[in-house]
Design a protein around this ligand. Structure first.
Ligand code: PBG
Length: 329
């Protein structure tokens, strides 16, 4: 007798394996998050994100050119805002000459074809480290949405190709789309962080931008009243379908690895591009374990990125964009 099927035939050697391989990563699958800071000649390593940096504007151009040459065609911008510019309403977020607005122009000047997306949420601008405006211990929804729509418009005016709201307020996509349309920015896209979970994996990011919720009386200690409960599956699809109805061009699942069931659910339900954000904590785990020699850095990195793509991501926002692109090329 012999086995009914010998599946190993298709795994015999790399030639046949590559012939039947379903998912192959290329640099165009990656979007590079970029942290920007004030000052000159600054390239500051983030302690909890080894090998990842905050760049001052004068060093940003070189970094962006490097990404472009590696085949990475899109960046997602974040700014570290100076403490004295923070308030409850995110006033600085709409400063036409603010750090984000200058960063957008810097990237566009360096590489005009680079697709520039910008994070839209109040947290880097908020004295309380929340994504919206706080009143009486609560994050206000509709008032925050207005502020976020102004912020999105300001990014569009500075030259952003897409705005990427990461705040999880209700109804924000509709108001942003309306604002952009009314102001003539009909070609500015919206990539919505539509299924964004209240995750403990954002820790290193909050170190990078100094944007964690502050520990003070009447300030919510976490973002659980707006980001989704990691225990819930069905509402991720609901949130995403609503964002599409409200005008999102691209939707997102965040974080990556722990949420691949969600990625597949959404991939099966929607007909717009789905992005996945492999977040700072996921990056930190791989770096830390491989620094200790416990994991093979490159192998684990590629396995996770491949798994995210296999789950249904059209592209991946990842701090490994450069590492992975270099490895592939
Ligand atoms: C801002 C924002 C966060 C991330 C992206 N945009 C942090 C948060 O929601 O607290 C996290 C990204 C990462 O961890 O890499 N709202």
């Amino acid at each position: 007798m012999f086995p009914l099927r010998r599946n190993r035939r298709l795994r015999t050697n790399e030639a046949v394996r590559s012939l039947v391989r379903q998912h192959i990563l290329s640099p165009k699958d990656f979007q590079a998050p970029i942290f920007v800071t004030e000052g000159k000649q600054k390239k500051e390593e983030i302690a909890s994100m080894p090998g990842y940096y905050r760049f001052s504007l004068d060093l940003l151009a070189k970094e962006v050119k490097e990404l472009w040459d590696l085949g990475i065609k899109s960046v997602l911008l974040f700014v570290k805002v100076e403490e004295h510019l923070k308030d409850n309403k995110g006033t600085e977020a709409v400063n036409a000459d603010g750090l984000m607005q200058r960063a957008i122009k810097t990237v566009k000047n360096a590489v005009p074809e680079m697709l520039v997306m910008t994070d839209v949420a109040l947290d880097p601008y908020s004295m309380y480290g929340h994504d919206g405006i706080i009143e009486n211990g609560r994050v206000l929804n509709d008032e925050s949405v207005q502020a976020l729509a102004h912020m999105a418009l300001s990014h569009a005016q500075a030259g952003a190709d897409f705005v990427a709201p990461s705040d999880m307020m209700d109804g924000r996509i509709l108001v942003m789309r309306e604002t952009l349309e009314t102001e003539g920015f009909i070609n500015t896209g919206i990539m919505s962080y539509s299924a964004k979970f209240a995750s403990a994996f954002y820790g290193p990011f909050r170190d990078a931008l100094d944007s964690a919720p502050v520990d003070a009386k009447d300030i919510p200690k976490n973002k659980n009243s707006y980001q989704m409960d990691p225990a819930n599956r069905d509402e991720a699809v609901k949130e995403t379908l609503m964002d599409i109805e409200e005008g999102a061009d691209i939707v997102m699942v965040k974080p990556g690895l722990c949420y691949l069931d969600i990625v597949r659910d959404i991939r099966n339900e929607v007909n717009v591009p789905v992005s996945v954000y492999q977040v700072s904590g996921e990056y930190a785990m791989i770096k830390a374990a491989s620094e200790r020699g416990w994991l093979d850095h490159d192998a684990v990195m590629m396995e996770q990125l491949t798994a995210i793509k296999r789950a249904g991501a059209d592209f991946i926002a990842t701090y490994f964009a450069k590492d992975a692109a270099k490895l592939i090329s």
